[in-house]
Structure formats: C-alpha cells, structure tokens
Write a protein that binds this ligand. Sequence first.
Ligand code: ZN
Length: 418
Amino acid sequence: MKTEVDLLIVHASQLVTLAGPNERPRTGGDLDTLGLVVDGAVAAAEGAIVAVGPTAQVLAEVVPSASCETIDASTHVVLPGFVDPHTHLVSAGSGGGFVATLRATRAATEDQLEALGRERLQHLLAHGTTTVEAKSGYGLTVEDELKCLRVAHRLSAALEVDVIPTFLGAYAVPPEYAQDPDAYVNVVTNEMLPAVVEEDLAEFCDVMCAAGAFTPEQARTVLEAGLNVGLDPKIHADESSDLGGAALGADVEAISADHLVYSSDDGLRSMAEAGTIGVLLPGPVSGRSVPYARARRMVDLGVPIALGSDYNPPTSPEYSMPTVVALACRDLQLTPEEAIVAATINAAHAVSAAEEVGSLDLGKAADIVILDLPDYRQWPTPSGGNPVAMVVKRGRVVFETETGRRGRRSDRGRRRHA
Ligand code: ZN
C-alpha cells in the first residue's frame, strides 16, 4: 500500500539530502558529501519525512492526501532547513555596545523581549533557518538570566522556528562585580545554575573564556558546575587570544567550542580526539579587524566543524545562514559542499538535534528550504540577496516568496474561493 502524504516536493533540480550515516558529526572528506539527487523528491506525512529520493521512485511510494500541498521544484535547489547553532538572540536595545545592551535587556519585560525576538525570528525564518540556538547572557542577574531563558521558550512555542536555549550567565563580568569576578562566578554556579535547572530552562551551559571575561580556571568551574546539574558544556574559546580554550573544551567534553580564531594546533587536535565540534562564526564582527579561524587546518586535523551566525545586536547583526555559508566559502576557504554540511547536519549535531533535523533522512522533521537557484554552486556572494524562495517547517509552508508560490501546483483553498 502507498503511504498517504500531505506534503510532496517533486522534480527538484538538485535535492541536497545530506543522507546518513549521520550518527556523528562529519569530519575530513565526509564534509564533502551532499547526498545529491538530480530530479529529486521528498514527501512528508504529519510533519515527518516518509519518502526521499528520485522523483519517479518517491511517486511510486506515496499517494497525495486530499489536502496535500504539492510543490514543483524544477529549477530549484531543495535542502534541509538551516540550523544556526550560535546566537545571542534574546536582548533589547539597538546596538551601542555590551553595557548598553545589558542595561536595555535588564530594563525590558518578558513581553518586550518576546516581541523583539519574534521580529528577529521572522527575519531568520525568511532566510531559511528552522532551528536556532539562543543564549542568555544580557541579564547577568539571577532574575534577568531566567527572564531571557523564559523568553527563548516562549519564542519556541509561539513561532515556526525551534529555539534551543543555552544558559550563558558567564558571558561577561557585570559592572557591579568588576572588582571581584570570582564572587560573580559563585553567583553563576551557586545561584543561577540551580534556578535554571529547577525551571528546566536550558539545554547547554556556555561560558566566555577570554581576557577581560573569564579565565580558563573560572570557565572550567562554570562548565563543570553545569555538567553536575546535567547541562552539556559549550565554550566561547580563543576568540581574541589563545587561552587554551579549545583544549579546555575538549577536556570537559564540550559539545562545541566556538570562535577558535587563535586556537593552537594542539588545542585543535584535542578537539578532534574528543569529538568537540568547532563552531565557526565568519559573520561581520563590527570593523572586522580580527583574523578568521583556521578552518582548513581544522578540516585537515579532523575537527568536526559547524557554522553559526553569532547574531548579536552590539557587534554582529547578521542572521542569514545563506550569507554565513557564502562568507565561509570566501573567508574561511571552505568548499561550498563543506559549508553546506557545516550549516545543516553538523550544526544540528552542535545543538544535539541531529536525530531530529539537519538532513533529509526518513523519519526526521520535514524542515526544508527551497532556494531560488537551479544549482547550489551558484550560491550568492556574501553581499548578494536572499536566495530562499520557500521554507517548510514540520511539513507546513511557513514562508514563501512570489517565486516560491508559483511552484505550488495545488492551492485548493484559494482555488475553491476564486
Ligand atoms: Zn557568542
């Protein structure tokens, strides 16, 4: 018997499946494998992928339900929704530096922060991101950190983007503790973490290990305290100098170490051994006076790499993953294939969501992006426009441009009323 489906995308000029094995993040030569199907199709029922492959094969396996949405994607690349594994999404204010953002975020209510977050998420969704990690860290008091994490949960429930919350109470030493950073570390570990866990507000515990923020010793204290209460570690590592953050991340078996601009070969080797994912953030840091992470070296050493936007209002208001992919090709010298893998399946691993999203594998969520390009090798340059024509979240069309709309074969509701 054929499976009845409610979403059917057919005749994709290129279907980028990133088909498994996907149990582990990809490294080395496996970063180059897209699982490309020419004239490809993907079908979904109740939000999950039930058939994927050449169009003729998929059409032989499935039958559209009465309300099935059928989309003709000839002349389009079809790929999994992007996963953005590193953002500072929840904040108020309009730039103006860290302290200004901290003040504005502390002053804002949950409702105000949610309204701002909604705007940002809509924008992000229009650029193909269907799963996004969101860090706290602009509160830096117990109540304000909890407030920001609650907002992340409200956003995830309200919108067609899955928001994965990370507790980053150790993002910076707040001004009121400038003379005694250790006392603030105590607040993070003894007051914030228990409260975060009590309300089940975060999946990960992150820390900024950098000169002017937290030392490697303080960072280890925070990450181990997080581990003790069940939060997997992440670390902002070696962004402005080599403090051994990469090795520290590997040592605490962090799920990811992010930035890695100044990481040593030894640090990167430790990450490769531990399987810690290197999240690279080539987006526009204001002024961009810093060098780029050594992405090619990481690939050579066997570090699994992922890409993120590092969206944050003060320095990096970039939330387009297609732009991040383009920057990774231009500035990190990744191949287009490596950059696509890093922005999808490996990014999903970096937020422990790879069983659910990041590739078009059977049983996974039907989170799908249709690009207004016939060939992924025609990816726009960093300054180019948004290539996204349509976004599907759990089998439902949640964003489309005029071009995307034209691919729809059956829009029964509209036709009935015409
Ligand atoms: Zn960050």
